[in-house]
Design a protein around this ligand. Structure first.
Ligand SMILES: NC(=O)c1ccc[n+]([C@@H]2O[C@H](COP(=O)([O-])OP(=O)(O)OC[C@H]3O[C@@H](n4cnc5c(N)ncnc54)[C@H](OP(=O)(O)O)[C@@H]3O)[C@@H](O)[C@H]2O)c1
Length: 329
């Protein structure tokens, strides 16, 4: 297929507020070994994009400097060594960057088929959150049926994904969020208890239920010692971000005496092989949840690609419930 040489993309013109996102014309990427080029129909917006835009999350050296970690569309070119995909296939994919654009490149093993019954719009919102949630709550956190699971930021893209996956695994889910409406929304998608952290103490509520076997946290800061208190004996805390900072004073005596595990990870800097292993697990375990309807994509709002600043203002407002998506085509 003959692609045009240039494409519309959104660049971060300088670190700063959402208005630094500017439409530009740049060269269409060329696929490297094992890579595919996807003509994007939609791209998902994630908080790491906002952190990158603000100058707080640099892309790995080999990644596109353009923002955008996930999207869905059509394969239009395949690089040497590609075996799974052919031109014309519809896929959704995890990108190392560059998905706020008409075309983006990713490793073929980071692309997945569109789950049965889903639109490209819905599928575009899955990869970054599903890869992050599955790798952290199951592969790293070892969540099992019957365990008590607490997720903070319950109505975030990550939170709505974590609630539904944990519920589908048979866990008892507790979720915090910043308003009564958001706490209710968490219960609407499978949380046994949505906790409005502005009025309620998540430590007391979770302890009352027996303590959390696993906590997925993105807040950090003052939540760190509170999370340790909320854990059951032998509980695990998995940290995926520090919206309120990574530094606190913590009594590790409790970690030792109650056999707690504190760990964490970030997805983007991991190797292609590690991401391929996560992709395979997501396809094997999460895609059937999507196909059966036990996992639904919750979309808060949609913006045209050129209105990426408005999409980021929406995210920065924290008023959203679920995912924000950019329409590319
Ligand atoms: N480690 C990884 O690989 C990885 C991958 C993807 C995402 N993440 C992280 O996971 C988090 C969620 O990502 P997302 O894309 O789902 O974001 P999102 O939809 O924007 O959700 C973030 C939520 O956090 C809450 N929040 C925002 N600022 C906060 C603050 N200063 N203190 C406490 N809570 C705050 C807000 O909910 P309330 O208003 O209800 O408090 C907001 O809805 C982000 O921190 C992101 O960086 C990590």
């Amino acid at each position: 297929m003959q692609l045009s040489d240039s494409m519309l993309a959104i660049e971060i013109s300088e670190p700063g507020a959402p208005d630094v996102l500017k439409p530009v014309s740049v060269a269409v990427p060329v696929p490297g070994h094992g890579q595919i080029i996807v003509r994007l129909a939609y791209a998902g917006v994630n908080r790491p994009d906002a952190l990158q835009r603000a100058g707080l999350y640099a892309p790995p050296p080999s990644a596109s400097p353009l923002p955008g970690l996930e999207g869905a569309g059509t394969v239009v070119e395949t690089g040497p060594g590609v075996t799974r995909w052919k031109i014309g296939d519809k896929v959704c994919a995890l990108f190392p960057g560059g998905a706020y654009a008409e075309y983006a490149a990713c490793h073929e093993s980071h692309a997945l088929p569109i789950p049965q019954g889903l639109s490209l719009r819905e599928a575009a919102c899955l990869p970054e959150t599903c890869f992050t949630v599955w790798s952290n709550i199951v592969m790293r956190g070892g969540l099992k049926a019957g365990e008590r699971f607490l997720v903070h930021g319950g109505t975030s893209g990550i939170g709505t994904t974590a609630i539904q996956i944990a519920r589908a695994l048979g866990a008892r889910v507790f979720a915090t969020a910043g308003s009564p409406e958001k706490a209710k929304a968490c219960e609407g998608i499978g949380a046994e208890r949505g906790i409005n952290y502005r009025d309620e103490d998540f430590v007391a509520i979770v302890k009352e239920a027996g303590g959390a076997d696993l906590i997925l946290d993105m807040v950090g800061g003052p939540y760190l010692p509170r999370n340790v208190k909320a854990l059951a004996d032998d509980g695990r805390l998995v940290q995926i971000a520090f919206l309120q900072g990574p530094k606190v004073e913590l009594n590790f005596g409790e970690v030792m005496m109650r056999r707690l595990t504190i760990t964490g990870s970030t997805l983007r800097p991991q190797s292609d092989q590690a991401k391929a292993r996560i992709a395979a697990a997501v396809e094997a375990y999460v895609w059937p949840m999507v196909a059966s309807g036990s996992f639904k994509v919750i979309i808060d709002s949609e913006f045209p690609l050129k209105d990426a600043p408005a999409a980021h203002w929406r995210m920065e407002s924290s008023g959203h419930i679920g995912k924000i998506v950019l329409k590319v085509e």
